[in-house]
Design a protein around this ligand. Sequence first.
Ligand code: MSP
Length: 543
Amino acid sequence: MTKETFYITTPIYYPSGRLTIGNSYTTVAADAIARYHRLRGADVMFLTGTDEHGQKLQQAAENSGLNPQEYVDQMVVGIKDLWQLLNISYDEFIRTTDEHHVKAVQKIFTRLYEQGDIYLDEYEGNYCTPCESFWTDSQLLDGKCPDCGREVHKMKEESYFFKMSKYQDQLLAHIESHPDFIQPASRAKEMVNNFLKPGLDDLAVSRTSFDWGVPVPFNDKHVIYVWFDAVCNYITAMGYPDNPGNMNKFWPANIHLVGKDIVRFHTIIWPIILLALGVELPKQVFGHGWLLMKGGKLSKSKLSESEERYIVDPVVLSELYGVDAIRYFLLREVAFGADGNFSNEAMMLRINSDLANDLGNLLSRTISMIMKYFPEGLPEAGEIDPLDQEIRDLADQVYLNVKESFTQLSLSDALIAIWELIGRCNKYIDQTMPWALAKDETKQARLAEVLYTLADALQRIAIMIAPFMPQTTDKMFAGLGCDLKYGSECNITWDMAGESGQYPRGIIVKKIDVMFPRIDETENMEKFRKLSADLDSKLAGEQ
Ligand code: MSP
């Protein structure tokens, strides 16, 4: 039997500045989903990368006095470092300046030209450089870009056009007959009502006013429109058209994960390119919400301008709070799909309550009680009490809920379910009072069973949180003393969280460092000031 495959993509990022915690959000979410499917045993392809062409990049390079290629080469290093820091388990990293991608995009463009779907004409309209988007006069809002509200500039130039209108009915029919294609469903409605139903204009897919792009192979005055070039990455990274090995294996993609601001490119332009090429459409485009950072204050004290800049910097935040805490916060705080606020206050609250108090305490209390009462390990199985059974049943239920939440991509619900089990285990300690059982000679078997119930539940919890907090899983395994490993030489599977009684008896638990130290606001502020000053001088040194 061939192994089930699972192909997930993130948008490819513009390497035109430092990525923020907002960009990291898409990637952390995709990483959790990819890790979950890998643990399930699927053959996963997790693709990310960088979108390196276009006028914005050319300008950013000019501003820093480098040629565009040198500039993107340098910026990509920082992006890869960030993904390593955040423990992102991507399988492939595509850069749109990769030679194989450039050649493949040229072939795609040529083919569409030869079959009459791309034609030469003249373009007159408005261009928003930060969004790399064309707008007609009637699409502008108060004369500004309807997506970002910034200034646009008038453009008149010869351009190649892509006959979007030719495929609009076919796309509409596909969207209507595949309710999962655009998710959440509200975004599908928006695309259909605002764009498809009113009718699509043909799209200008080349530019002549700058040259940092993929050259149109049969007309060297033109470079290919950056969004046309960019969306093709999802198939060129799989070897399309000349080396279709991975294409045959992984396409159609299971999920293109994108922010809501770029759903239009992924659900209209991209599928129409695929329809024109006769390539199957991806199974799903999921448009998540935005992390709003306006209220992202660190404390009541006033920040300097450079400090303000680092308040949403994922590198600074990781140093401040720890990588797993950030990953947890991003996926727990905001219902996936909706918008939500990022603030340091909310972050500290979650760390102190959910991570330090609930999870951290549960683990450290359990470990220290086992060490104290059963330094040689827990004895063979005794009798199970109804209260123990309740924990086991709840763990079974939570396991199923987490699975279902991954299917629906309701990542915050998965974490809420796991924390329900954590909360229940903490309550179970209060109910069973192991310290009281320990004082009674006749209750030793009961004491052992209580502690076993806790250790066993913690092992299941450690597996279920692996997609979200990979390092925490290994720390928990180390404390519990079991032979399980996740990060390197992984020997766990998702199914192992599905049943109770998997924790081995007779093994020695180990005291580990506090997993999530409580955050003190004042100390945190001082640490932040130092980190941002250090980063400022490091970046100044690099310039
Ligand atoms: N290069 C294009 C994507 C091309 S994909 C073929 C692009 N790049 S981007 O770097 O500007 O943005 C990448 C992703 O980051 C988008 O999905 C965007 O929604 C996401 N985010 C950027 N800031 C964000 C928040 N504050 N919150 C959540 N996601 C946000 O667009």
